[in-house]
Design a binder for this molecule. Structure first.
Ligand SMILES: [Ca+2]
Ligand SMILES: [Ca+2]
Length: 496
């Protein structure tokens, strides 16, 4: 089911935002617009087998991935595909059992996507799995397993960019490492092992883009930036949080994300806005190297904001898992600002803790949010493109509806210069609240503006409207798969 939500207005400002003068801007890319209405889709495990469904997730184009790393101890990835109308289950990928046969690899503890590649960490298997989309489904291409006797857990963090994969290696003793793999000649090869002399055992929360690898160290609270040059991989820069008390350990570096000339870093124990309120830091690459461009921090302690981040084209998604909320931030190329606050929606599912927003992914006009405590994941996309004008009872201003009546309620979907109402797929049209299905339709120019309208009819008993004025929302799709929605206000005539 897909329906539209109106994100709450952001209630807190950007703190510690620094103006970036002389920033070298990358090629302008149209940022996703999440400022208005969002269309929400719910994902659940198709086979009902979820144990920690939502532990990891990712989205790219019309494919979405949700990990369940505890399922049968082997772990699983559920793959979904958007068919133009809704998200359908495409495939389920499963991890291996270990050599002993009684415990599995815990596939999908972490996840990353790029192009046709899906990479997922399997810490108990001390490995990262690589899957490649062949045009029909995702095929397991490799299991990357570093030959490192000092390694403890491997793959709690993974990244992928083009033909390069990074995999964290958290050491049992000594400093953590990040393994770099490269694809050439039809196979994946170990290309480098990245570390620094002062790395702690958890140095290794990683992300990659092209020839840049970023690695967070949440004990020492820094992020290393490695660049590949002709002489090999070297630590080219290092970033630390400005605006945090250096005496605090704030868990800076989990997670880390890079996109273009932007790096985002989470710090769930940041104390600036209250004890363990958390923060998301944004760094931009300018003439003088990487500089902190913004710090987002919610009002109120205990939110543990910033534990999940997704970054693409100057749009940042960040979760506050103890608030069951995710926030959307955007940059116009100079300044970052908060554009949306999305809260957990599933009123029909009880969970405590729900862990909504613990993980997030972003691709173009869509983002995905996991809700591990409820075995759910959610996909949001901008709904503004499909906004249409509708009118309940088009010949009446009053829109009185009797929920006990057997009569049908007419709703006009207005055609316009931008919207051909005749292209509506009648079977897809729903009216909320109540998810009422359109029972009948006819074509006419209901508002006499010269554009033909679709007049649809709903059973008033299927609408769940309370007393007073209620907003009803119509959703649907065209035969071409474009979604649209519109709203109008009705009054319950029984309550007058
Ligand atoms: Ca009306
Ligand atoms: Ca009309």
């Amino acid at each position: 089911m897909r329906f539209t939500i109106r994100p709450a207005h952001p209630r807190w400002p950007v703190l510690g935002c620094m103006f970036l003068a002389g920033l070298v801007s990358a090629t302008p890319i149209a940022a996703a617009d999440f400022t208005g209405e969002l269309v929400e889709s719910r994902l659940a495990p198709a086979d009902g087998a979820g144990t920690r469904f939502g532990r990891s997730n990712a989205i790219i184009g019309s494919h979405a991935f949700v990990g369940d790393d505890w399922q049968g101890s082997r772990g699983a990835i559920y793959v979904y595909e958007f068919d133009g109308n809704e998200w359908r289950s495409l495939q389920k990928l499963v991890g291996d059992l270990g050599e002993s046969g009684d415990s599995g690899d815990q596939l999908a503890n972490s996840m990353a996507v790029d192009g046709d590649l899906l990479v997922a960490g399997a810490p108990e298997g001390r490995a990262a799995y690589v899957f490649r989309y062949d045009g029909a489904e995702y095929i397991r291409e490799a299991v990357l397993r570093p030959d490192d006797p000092a390694a403890g857990l491997i793959g709690t963090s993974v990244g992928v960019s083009g033909n390069r994969i990074v995999v964290s290696g958290l050491q049992r003793s000594g400093g953590g490492v990040t393994y770099v793999y490269e694809y050439a000649g039809g196979r994946w090869r170990h290309a480098a092992t990245l570390t620094v002399p002062d790395a702690s055992s958890v140095f290794g929360h990683c992300a990659v883009q092209d020839d840049t690898v970023v690695i967070g160290d949440t004990i020492e609270d820094f992020v290393s930036i490695f660049e590949k040059s002709v002489s090999g991989w070297t630590e080219a820069d290092r970033i630390r949080p400005a605006g945090a008390d250096p005496r605090d350990r704030i868990n800076f570096g989990l997670p880390v994300r890079i996109d273009g000339d932007t790096i985002a870093v989470g710090a769930v124990w940041d104390n600036e806005a209250g004890s363990q309120a958390g923060a998301a830091y944004v760094f931009e690459r300018g003439d003088d190297g990487w500089q902190q461009a913004a710090k987002f921090t919610p009002v109120g302690g205990g939110a543990q904001f910033g534990g999940s981040l997704a970054l693409e084209s100057r749009t940042l998604i960040a979760g506050a898992v103890h608030r069951n909320t995710v926030f959307v931030f955007e940059s116009d190329g100079r300044n970052w600002s908060t554009v949306a606050e999305v809260r957990r929606q599933a009123q029909d599912v009880s969970c405590d803790p729900c862990r909504y927003g613990m993980f997030a992914g972003l691709s173009g006009e869509r983002f995905i949010v996991g809700e591990m405590g409820a075995n759910l994941a959610w996909i949001y996309e901008s709904g503004d493109g499909g906004w249409v004008s509708i009118d309940v009872q088009p010949w009446s201003e009053r829109n009185l509806v009797d929920p006990n009546s057997t009569r049908l309620v007419p709703v006009a979907i207005h055609g316009s210069m931008d919207f051909d109402a005749l292209q509506c797929d009648h079977n897809s049209i729903r009216l909320n609240p109540g998810d009422a299905r359109s029972r009948n339709y006819r074509v006419m120019d209901a508002n006499r503006d010269g554009f033909m309208d679709l007049l649809t009819y709903f059973r008033s008993r299927e609408l769940r409207i309370g007393c007073g004025e209620s907003e009803v929302e119509l959703t649907g799709a065209t035969h071409q798969g474009m979604e649209f929605h519109g709203d109008n206000v009705v009054t319950n005539r029984r309550c007058r």
